[in-house]
Design a protein around this ligand. Structure first.
Ligand SMILES: Cc1ncc(COP(=O)(O)O)c(C=O)c1O
Length: 399
Protein backbone atom coordinates (compact mmCIF):
# COMPACT_ATOMS: atom_id res chain seq x y z
CA UNK A 1 0.00 0.00 0.00
CA UNK A 2 1.30 3.48 -0.83
CA UNK A 3 1.37 5.98 2.03
CA UNK A 4 0.04 9.48 1.43
CA UNK A 5 3.57 10.84 0.90
CA UNK A 6 4.50 7.97 -1.46
CA UNK A 7 2.15 8.92 -4.25
CA UNK A 8 2.60 6.88 -7.39
CA UNK A 9 5.17 8.38 -9.76
CA UNK A 10 3.71 9.70 -12.97
CA UNK A 11 5.21 8.15 -16.06
CA UNK A 12 4.78 8.33 -19.79
CA UNK A 13 1.96 5.85 -19.32
CA UNK A 14 -0.02 8.67 -17.69
CA UNK A 15 0.03 10.86 -20.78
CA UNK A 16 -3.41 11.90 -22.00
CA UNK A 17 -4.28 11.27 -25.65
CA UNK A 18 -3.58 14.08 -28.07
CA UNK A 19 -6.17 15.30 -30.51
CA UNK A 20 -4.52 14.78 -33.88
CA UNK A 21 -4.03 17.82 -36.10
CA UNK A 22 -7.10 17.64 -38.35
CA UNK A 23 -5.18 18.85 -41.42
CA UNK A 24 -2.53 16.15 -41.02
CA UNK A 25 -5.31 13.58 -40.57
CA UNK A 26 -6.92 14.89 -43.78
CA UNK A 27 -3.67 14.41 -45.72
CA UNK A 28 -3.50 10.80 -44.49
CA UNK A 29 -7.13 10.19 -45.53
CA UNK A 30 -6.50 11.63 -48.97
CA UNK A 31 -3.34 9.58 -49.44
CA UNK A 32 -5.30 6.44 -48.62
CA UNK A 33 -8.08 7.25 -51.15
CA UNK A 34 -7.56 5.05 -54.26
CA UNK A 35 -9.71 7.25 -56.57
CA UNK A 36 -7.33 8.66 -59.23
CA UNK A 37 -9.40 11.84 -59.68
CA UNK A 38 -8.99 12.87 -56.02
CA UNK A 39 -8.24 16.52 -55.26
CA UNK A 40 -6.29 17.52 -52.16
CA UNK A 41 -7.03 21.15 -51.37
CA UNK A 42 -6.34 20.64 -47.66
CA UNK A 43 -2.56 20.81 -47.67
CA UNK A 44 -1.05 24.31 -47.85
CA UNK A 45 1.54 24.07 -50.61
CA UNK A 46 1.55 25.85 -53.96
CA UNK A 47 0.80 23.65 -56.96
CA UNK A 48 1.43 24.61 -60.58
CA UNK A 49 -0.97 24.10 -63.49
CA UNK A 50 0.12 20.47 -63.76
CA UNK A 51 -0.72 19.93 -60.09
CA UNK A 52 2.90 19.66 -58.90
CA UNK A 53 4.95 21.48 -56.27
CA UNK A 54 8.26 21.68 -58.13
CA UNK A 55 11.51 22.92 -56.69
CA UNK A 56 12.15 26.37 -58.20
CA UNK A 57 14.70 26.17 -61.04
CA UNK A 58 16.69 28.96 -59.44
CA UNK A 59 16.72 27.07 -56.14
CA UNK A 60 18.06 23.96 -57.88
CA UNK A 61 20.87 26.02 -59.32
CA UNK A 62 21.66 27.69 -56.00
CA UNK A 63 21.69 24.30 -54.28
CA UNK A 64 24.12 23.01 -56.89
CA UNK A 65 26.40 26.01 -56.31
CA UNK A 66 26.14 25.39 -52.59
CA UNK A 67 27.14 21.75 -52.93
CA UNK A 68 30.01 22.68 -55.25
CA UNK A 69 31.42 25.47 -53.12
CA UNK A 70 30.62 24.69 -49.50
CA UNK A 71 33.92 23.90 -47.80
CA UNK A 72 32.69 23.06 -44.31
CA UNK A 73 29.62 22.21 -42.32
CA UNK A 74 31.04 23.54 -39.06
CA UNK A 75 28.55 25.22 -36.69
CA UNK A 76 27.34 28.68 -37.68
CA UNK A 77 25.98 29.83 -34.32
CA UNK A 78 22.50 30.58 -32.94
CA UNK A 79 21.79 33.27 -35.56
CA UNK A 80 22.38 30.90 -38.45
CA UNK A 81 23.34 32.46 -41.77
CA UNK A 82 23.86 36.16 -40.99
CA UNK A 83 24.21 37.19 -44.61
CA UNK A 84 20.84 35.55 -45.36
CA UNK A 85 19.14 37.63 -42.65
CA UNK A 86 20.93 40.79 -43.88
CA UNK A 87 19.79 40.21 -47.46
CA UNK A 88 16.21 39.71 -46.32
CA UNK A 89 16.15 43.04 -44.48
CA UNK A 90 15.35 45.33 -47.43
CA UNK A 91 12.84 42.79 -48.76
CA UNK A 92 10.72 42.79 -45.64
CA UNK A 93 11.71 46.03 -43.88
CA UNK A 94 11.99 48.31 -46.96
CA UNK A 95 13.47 51.69 -46.07
CA UNK A 96 13.73 50.59 -42.42
CA UNK A 97 16.47 48.14 -43.40
CA UNK A 98 19.22 50.45 -42.13
CA UNK A 99 17.53 51.15 -38.79
CA UNK A 100 19.95 49.92 -36.12
CA UNK A 101 17.07 49.47 -33.68
CA UNK A 102 15.98 46.49 -35.79
CA UNK A 103 17.87 43.21 -35.54
CA UNK A 104 17.15 39.90 -37.21
CA UNK A 105 18.27 36.31 -37.27
CA UNK A 106 17.63 33.14 -39.24
CA UNK A 107 15.07 30.75 -37.77
CA UNK A 108 13.76 27.28 -38.61
CA UNK A 109 10.91 28.50 -40.84
CA UNK A 110 8.14 30.88 -39.93
CA UNK A 111 7.13 28.60 -37.06
CA UNK A 112 10.55 28.99 -35.48
CA UNK A 113 10.31 32.77 -35.85
CA UNK A 114 6.84 32.84 -34.29
CA UNK A 115 7.90 30.69 -31.36
CA UNK A 116 11.05 32.70 -30.77
CA UNK A 117 9.23 36.04 -31.02
CA UNK A 118 6.65 34.92 -28.47
CA UNK A 119 9.40 33.52 -26.23
CA UNK A 120 10.84 37.04 -26.24
CA UNK A 121 7.48 38.64 -25.40
CA UNK A 122 6.91 36.11 -22.59
CA UNK A 123 10.39 36.79 -21.18
CA UNK A 124 9.82 40.57 -21.22
CA UNK A 125 6.20 40.52 -20.04
CA UNK A 126 4.77 37.17 -18.90
CA UNK A 127 1.33 38.71 -18.32
CA UNK A 128 1.02 40.12 -21.84
CA UNK A 129 -2.14 39.06 -23.62
CA UNK A 130 -2.05 38.20 -27.30
CA UNK A 131 -5.03 39.46 -29.30
CA UNK A 132 -5.75 37.08 -32.16
CA UNK A 133 -8.44 37.34 -34.82
CA UNK A 134 -10.26 34.11 -35.62
CA UNK A 135 -10.20 32.08 -37.63
CA UNK A 136 -6.44 32.13 -37.84
CA UNK A 137 -3.75 29.71 -38.86
CA UNK A 138 -4.43 26.80 -36.48
CA UNK A 139 -0.87 26.84 -35.11
CA UNK A 140 -1.00 30.46 -33.88
CA UNK A 141 -2.90 29.92 -30.64
CA UNK A 142 -0.92 26.77 -29.67
CA UNK A 143 2.37 28.62 -30.21
CA UNK A 144 1.19 31.56 -28.08
CA UNK A 145 -0.09 29.27 -25.33
CA UNK A 146 3.03 27.12 -25.63
CA UNK A 147 5.13 29.97 -24.25
CA UNK A 148 2.64 30.48 -21.42
CA UNK A 149 0.95 33.61 -22.76
CA UNK A 150 -2.78 34.15 -22.76
CA UNK A 151 -4.44 34.23 -26.15
CA UNK A 152 -7.53 36.46 -26.42
CA UNK A 153 -9.52 35.70 -29.54
CA UNK A 154 -11.83 38.05 -31.43
CA UNK A 155 -13.88 37.46 -34.61
CA UNK A 156 -11.97 38.52 -37.74
CA UNK A 157 -14.02 37.12 -40.60
CA UNK A 158 -17.64 36.69 -41.63
CA UNK A 159 -17.55 33.44 -43.57
CA UNK A 160 -21.05 33.69 -45.01
CA UNK A 161 -20.35 37.04 -46.69
CA UNK A 162 -16.63 36.60 -47.28
CA UNK A 163 -15.74 39.86 -45.52
CA UNK A 164 -13.55 41.01 -42.63
CA UNK A 165 -15.38 41.95 -39.41
CA UNK A 166 -13.30 45.07 -39.29
CA UNK A 167 -15.30 46.97 -36.68
CA UNK A 168 -15.18 43.97 -34.33
CA UNK A 169 -11.45 43.78 -34.90
CA UNK A 170 -10.84 47.42 -34.04
CA UNK A 171 -13.14 47.16 -31.01
CA UNK A 172 -11.17 44.11 -29.80
CA UNK A 173 -7.82 45.86 -30.28
CA UNK A 174 -9.16 48.78 -28.26
CA UNK A 175 -9.66 46.46 -25.28
CA UNK A 176 -5.90 45.75 -25.22
CA UNK A 177 -3.69 47.06 -22.44
CA UNK A 178 -0.28 48.65 -23.03
CA UNK A 179 2.25 45.87 -23.61
CA UNK A 180 -0.32 43.44 -24.99
CA UNK A 181 0.37 42.03 -28.41
CA UNK A 182 -1.67 42.27 -31.63
CA UNK A 183 -0.87 39.25 -33.78
CA UNK A 184 -1.52 40.24 -37.40
CA UNK A 185 -1.14 38.50 -40.76
CA UNK A 186 1.17 40.52 -43.03
CA UNK A 187 -0.57 39.34 -46.21
CA UNK A 188 -2.41 36.34 -47.68
CA UNK A 189 -4.43 35.70 -44.54
CA UNK A 190 -4.49 32.02 -43.67
CA UNK A 191 -7.16 30.54 -43.63
CA UNK A 192 -9.48 33.17 -45.13
CA UNK A 193 -7.51 35.01 -47.85
CA UNK A 194 -9.15 38.21 -46.56
CA UNK A 195 -6.39 40.79 -46.25
CA UNK A 196 -6.67 44.24 -44.71
CA UNK A 197 -6.82 47.06 -47.27
CA UNK A 198 -4.20 49.80 -46.93
CA UNK A 199 -6.79 52.03 -45.21
CA UNK A 200 -7.71 49.21 -42.84
CA UNK A 201 -4.02 48.72 -42.06
CA UNK A 202 -3.76 52.42 -41.21
CA UNK A 203 -6.73 52.24 -38.87
CA UNK A 204 -5.44 49.01 -37.32
CA UNK A 205 -1.99 50.40 -36.63
CA UNK A 206 -3.52 53.61 -35.22
CA UNK A 207 -5.55 51.47 -32.77
CA UNK A 208 -2.37 49.57 -31.90
CA UNK A 209 -0.48 52.83 -31.29
CA UNK A 210 -3.40 54.30 -29.36
CA UNK A 211 -3.51 51.36 -26.94
CA UNK A 212 0.28 50.93 -26.65
CA UNK A 213 0.12 47.42 -28.12
CA UNK A 214 3.04 45.63 -29.74
CA UNK A 215 2.29 44.59 -33.32
CA UNK A 216 3.54 41.07 -34.03
CA UNK A 217 3.31 40.53 -37.77
CA UNK A 218 3.42 37.06 -39.24
CA UNK A 219 4.38 37.38 -42.90
CA UNK A 220 4.52 33.91 -44.39
CA UNK A 221 3.53 34.55 -48.01
CA UNK A 222 5.32 37.73 -49.07
CA UNK A 223 5.09 38.01 -52.85
CA UNK A 224 2.02 35.76 -53.20
CA UNK A 225 -0.60 38.54 -53.07
CA UNK A 226 0.26 41.73 -54.99
CA UNK A 227 4.07 41.82 -55.05
CA UNK A 228 7.03 41.72 -52.65
CA UNK A 229 6.84 45.45 -51.93
CA UNK A 230 3.05 45.74 -51.75
CA UNK A 231 2.73 42.70 -49.49
CA UNK A 232 5.02 44.29 -46.91
CA UNK A 233 2.79 47.36 -46.55
CA UNK A 234 1.54 46.44 -43.08
CA UNK A 235 5.01 45.54 -41.78
CA UNK A 236 6.47 48.83 -42.98
CA UNK A 237 3.56 50.85 -41.61
CA UNK A 238 3.96 49.22 -38.20
CA UNK A 239 7.69 50.06 -38.33
CA UNK A 240 6.84 53.67 -39.26
CA UNK A 241 4.43 54.11 -36.38
CA UNK A 242 5.46 51.80 -33.52
CA UNK A 243 8.47 51.77 -31.28
CA UNK A 244 8.36 48.02 -30.70
CA UNK A 245 7.51 45.60 -33.50
CA UNK A 246 8.09 41.89 -34.02
CA UNK A 247 8.12 40.37 -37.52
CA UNK A 248 8.11 36.62 -38.16
CA UNK A 249 9.04 35.88 -41.76
CA UNK A 250 8.72 32.58 -43.58
CA UNK A 251 10.66 32.02 -46.82
CA UNK A 252 9.41 28.47 -47.15
CA UNK A 253 6.62 29.49 -49.48
CA UNK A 254 8.13 32.26 -51.59
CA UNK A 255 11.26 30.13 -52.20
CA UNK A 256 9.09 26.99 -52.40
CA UNK A 257 11.39 25.13 -50.02
CA UNK A 258 8.83 24.13 -47.40
CA UNK A 259 10.66 21.21 -45.84
CA UNK A 260 13.97 23.05 -45.65
CA UNK A 261 12.59 25.31 -42.91
CA UNK A 262 13.72 28.79 -43.94
CA UNK A 263 12.62 31.84 -41.98
CA UNK A 264 13.73 34.87 -40.01
CA UNK A 265 12.73 36.89 -36.98
CA UNK A 266 13.09 40.68 -36.84
CA UNK A 267 12.80 42.66 -33.63
CA UNK A 268 12.48 46.42 -33.34
CA UNK A 269 12.70 48.27 -30.03
CA UNK A 270 13.09 51.91 -29.03
CA UNK A 271 16.91 51.87 -29.03
CA UNK A 272 19.90 49.98 -30.37
CA UNK A 273 20.92 48.88 -26.90
CA UNK A 274 17.45 47.56 -25.96
CA UNK A 275 17.41 45.62 -29.24
CA UNK A 276 20.84 44.18 -28.42
CA UNK A 277 19.56 42.98 -25.07
CA UNK A 278 16.41 41.58 -26.69
CA UNK A 279 18.51 39.70 -29.24
CA UNK A 280 20.69 38.28 -26.48
CA UNK A 281 17.50 36.82 -24.97
CA UNK A 282 16.37 35.62 -28.38
CA UNK A 283 19.72 33.87 -28.84
CA UNK A 284 19.42 32.27 -25.43
CA UNK A 285 15.93 30.95 -26.16
CA UNK A 286 17.01 29.67 -29.58
CA UNK A 287 19.98 27.90 -27.99
CA UNK A 288 17.65 26.14 -25.55
CA UNK A 289 15.21 25.06 -28.25
CA UNK A 290 17.16 24.16 -31.39
CA UNK A 291 20.60 25.65 -30.77
CA UNK A 292 21.02 26.63 -34.41
CA UNK A 293 18.69 26.71 -37.40
CA UNK A 294 19.24 24.21 -40.25
CA UNK A 295 21.59 25.71 -42.82
CA UNK A 296 20.86 24.29 -46.25
CA UNK A 297 17.71 26.15 -47.36
CA UNK A 298 18.76 29.52 -45.98
CA UNK A 299 22.23 29.15 -47.52
CA UNK A 300 20.66 28.43 -50.92
CA UNK A 301 18.27 31.39 -50.52
CA UNK A 302 21.24 33.55 -49.56
CA UNK A 303 23.07 32.50 -52.76
CA UNK A 304 19.99 33.53 -54.76
CA UNK A 305 19.60 36.90 -53.05
CA UNK A 306 23.32 37.64 -53.27
CA UNK A 307 23.55 37.17 -57.03
CA UNK A 308 21.71 39.73 -59.23
CA UNK A 309 21.06 37.22 -61.99
CA UNK A 310 19.72 34.53 -59.66
CA UNK A 311 17.69 37.09 -57.74
CA UNK A 312 16.06 38.22 -60.99
CA UNK A 313 15.23 34.63 -61.87
CA UNK A 314 13.73 34.11 -58.40
CA UNK A 315 11.51 37.16 -58.93
CA UNK A 316 10.33 35.73 -62.26
CA UNK A 317 9.46 32.37 -60.66
CA UNK A 318 7.82 34.08 -57.69
CA UNK A 319 5.76 36.23 -60.07
CA UNK A 320 4.66 33.10 -61.94
CA UNK A 321 3.43 31.56 -58.65
CA UNK A 322 1.56 34.75 -57.75
CA UNK A 323 0.06 35.04 -61.25
CA UNK A 324 -1.22 31.48 -61.08
CA UNK A 325 -2.80 32.06 -57.67
CA UNK A 326 -4.51 35.23 -58.86
CA UNK A 327 -5.65 33.79 -62.18
CA UNK A 328 -7.15 30.70 -60.51
CA UNK A 329 -8.91 33.05 -58.09
CA UNK A 330 -10.40 34.97 -61.03
CA UNK A 331 -11.50 31.71 -62.64
CA UNK A 332 -13.43 30.81 -59.46
CA UNK A 333 -14.87 34.29 -59.13
CA UNK A 334 -16.18 34.41 -62.69
CA UNK A 335 -17.63 30.89 -62.54
CA UNK A 336 -20.41 31.70 -60.08
CA UNK A 337 -21.54 34.86 -58.26
CA UNK A 338 -21.44 32.92 -54.98
CA UNK A 339 -17.69 32.50 -55.50
CA UNK A 340 -17.07 36.16 -56.41
CA UNK A 341 -15.50 36.85 -53.01
CA UNK A 342 -12.59 34.54 -53.90
CA UNK A 343 -11.52 37.00 -56.59
CA UNK A 344 -11.25 39.80 -54.04
CA UNK A 345 -8.94 37.83 -51.77
CA UNK A 346 -5.24 36.99 -51.76
CA UNK A 347 -2.87 34.10 -51.25
CA UNK A 348 -3.43 30.40 -51.37
CA UNK A 349 -6.47 30.08 -49.10
CA UNK A 350 -10.15 30.87 -49.06
CA UNK A 351 -13.03 29.58 -46.98
CA UNK A 352 -16.17 28.22 -48.54
CA UNK A 353 -19.41 28.73 -46.61
CA UNK A 354 -19.99 24.97 -46.36
CA UNK A 355 -21.12 22.98 -43.34
CA UNK A 356 -19.04 20.11 -42.01
CA UNK A 357 -21.55 17.69 -43.56
CA UNK A 358 -21.24 19.35 -46.96
CA UNK A 359 -17.45 19.13 -46.72
CA UNK A 360 -17.76 15.44 -45.88
CA UNK A 361 -20.12 14.85 -48.80
CA UNK A 362 -17.64 16.49 -51.18
CA UNK A 363 -15.08 14.03 -49.89
CA UNK A 364 -17.34 11.02 -50.26
CA UNK A 365 -19.01 11.87 -53.57
CA UNK A 366 -16.24 13.76 -55.39
CA UNK A 367 -12.96 12.75 -53.69
CA UNK A 368 -12.38 16.42 -52.80
CA UNK A 369 -10.43 16.83 -49.57
CA UNK A 370 -10.71 20.16 -47.76
CA UNK A 371 -10.61 21.20 -44.11
CA UNK A 372 -13.85 20.85 -42.12
CA UNK A 373 -13.94 24.65 -41.83
CA UNK A 374 -14.36 24.94 -45.61
CA UNK A 375 -10.81 26.27 -46.00
CA UNK A 376 -9.32 25.21 -49.29
CA UNK A 377 -6.11 25.81 -51.18
CA UNK A 378 -7.09 27.64 -54.37
CA UNK A 379 -3.95 26.33 -56.09
CA UNK A 380 -4.22 22.87 -54.56
CA UNK A 381 -5.30 21.37 -57.87
CA UNK A 382 -4.00 21.22 -61.43
CA UNK A 383 -5.67 23.29 -64.20
CA UNK A 384 -7.48 20.21 -65.53
CA UNK A 385 -9.25 19.70 -62.20
CA UNK A 386 -10.55 23.24 -61.67
CA UNK A 387 -13.84 22.92 -63.57
CA UNK A 388 -14.74 19.65 -61.82
CA UNK A 389 -13.91 21.26 -58.48
CA UNK A 390 -16.06 24.33 -59.23
CA UNK A 391 -18.94 22.10 -60.37
CA UNK A 392 -18.82 20.01 -57.20
CA UNK A 393 -18.53 23.05 -54.92
CA UNK A 394 -21.34 25.04 -56.56
CA UNK A 395 -23.47 21.89 -56.40
CA UNK A 396 -22.76 21.63 -52.68
CA UNK A 397 -23.56 25.32 -52.13
CA UNK A 398 -26.91 24.86 -53.86
CA UNK A 399 -27.83 21.77 -51.83
C1 LIG B 1 0.13 32.14 -41.46
C2 LIG B 1 1.30 31.22 -41.36
N1 LIG B 1 2.31 31.54 -40.54
C3 LIG B 1 3.38 30.76 -40.41
C4 LIG B 1 3.49 29.58 -41.10
C5 LIG B 1 4.70 28.72 -40.87
O1 LIG B 1 5.55 28.66 -41.93
P1 LIG B 1 6.77 27.64 -41.94
O2 LIG B 1 6.33 26.44 -42.70
O3 LIG B 1 7.84 28.41 -42.61
O4 LIG B 1 7.11 27.32 -40.53
C6 LIG B 1 2.46 29.19 -41.96
C7 LIG B 1 2.54 27.92 -42.67
O5 LIG B 1 1.62 27.37 -43.18
C8 LIG B 1 1.34 30.04 -42.09
O6 LIG B 1 0.34 29.74 -42.91
Amino acid sequence: MLTQTQTKARTLADLPPVETDSLLALIALCNADPRPEKIDVGVGVFRDGAGNTPILKVMKEAEQRLVDTQATKAYLGVSGDKRFADLLRPIVLGNHADDDRIAGLQTPGGCGALRLGFELIATANPTAKVLLGTPSWPNHAPIVRGVGLECVEYPYYERGQGIIRFEDMIAALKTGEPGDVALLHGCCHNPTGADLSEDEWRETIEAVVDRGLIPFIDIAYQGFARGLEEDAFGVRLALDRCEEVIVAQSCDKNFSCYRDRVGALFVKSGSKSVTETAMAHVGQRAREMWSMPPDHGAAAARIILDDPELRERWLVELTAMRDRINSVRQRFASADPRLAFIGRQYGMFSMLPLSKDQVLKLREDHAIYMADSGRFNVVGMGDDQIDRFIGAVTGALAA
